[in-house]
Design a protein around this ligand. Structure first.
Ligand SMILES: *[C@@H]1O[C@H](CO)[C@@H](O)[C@H](O)[C@H]1NC(C)=O
Ligand SMILES: *[C@@H]1O[C@H](CO)[C@@H](O)[C@H](O)[C@H]1NC(C)=O
Ligand SMILES: *[C@@H]1O[C@H](CO)[C@@H](O)[C@H](O)[C@H]1NC(C)=O
Length: 187
């Protein structure tokens, strides 16, 4: 009887959170990947993918699938999401600042806009509890630390935005939804 109780307790615990290995993951991933977008509270967003959209001038804007083109050739170079093209396009935070919700656009460019810098961490898949590799937002360049990456409605689609740490502004007409970015390796 005691044993079955212990087993019950044990399985209840293991079902709530996968086991996270110790150690630090490299912030460079040279093998191509796609990014799955998670927020289990928002079915319209959850488990969609980060897509690219040729916005002209060499820039690629970022949209939630199915908008835009799927990509599985993303890399991470010193914490910066990079399309290994010639010239490389890097994920940056700049432009279209919106005072209503304190968000700024995240997009990819060959120019020197302030970069979005991420750490690589392990997490647990909210649906399957499998171990997964996530990009955790770290800073805008080396000047502004913290904050969140999320999606926001844009012409019937969703684009990607950043809110700095300490943001309380919120626009209910165009809700910013914080997301988790999950590395899905293409190899
Ligand atoms: C998708 O990729 C094709 C081929 O490169 C390109 O012609 C098209 O403009 C792209 N569409 C978007 C929405 O970026
Ligand atoms: C907007 O972001 C700045 C940091 O860039 C922060 O100091 C400020 O509190 C935020 N404002 C609101 C209203 O959320
Ligand atoms: C889901 O989105 C809400 C609203 O932005 C946020 O408060 C919450 O932290 C998000 N959950 C995850 C797991 O990112």
């Amino acid at each position: 009887m005691w044993m079955s109780l212990a087993l019950l307790v044990g399985s209840a615990i293991s079902a709530t959170a996968c086991e996270i290995p110790g150690g630090t993951l490299s912030n460079t991933i040279t093998e191509g990947f796609s990014l799955q977008v998670q927020n289990a509270s928002f079915p319209d967003i959850h488990n969609h993918f980060l897509n690219i959209w040729d916005w002209g001038g060499g820039d690629q804007h970022l949209f939630l699938s199915p908008a835009g083109n799927a990509t599985s050739e993303l890399t991470l170079i010193d914490g910066v999401i990079t399309l290994p093209w010639d010239p490389p396009r890097r994920a940056c935070i700049n432009g279209e600042y919106e005072v209503k919700d304190n968000t700024t656009k995240v997009f990819m460019t060959e120019r020197g806009d302030p970069r979005a810098v991420f750490d690589v961490i392990y997490g647990c898949n909210p649906d399957t509890d499998a171990l997964q590799t996530e990009l955790r937002f770290k800073s805008r360049d080396t000047s502004e630390y913290g904050g969140n990456i999320g999606t926001r409605p844009f012409n019937g689609m969703y684009d990607f935005r950043w809110t700095p740490a300490g943001t309380t502004a919120y626009d209910p007409d165009r809700p910013f939804t914080r997301v988790t970015l999950v590395v899905i390796s293409s190899v």
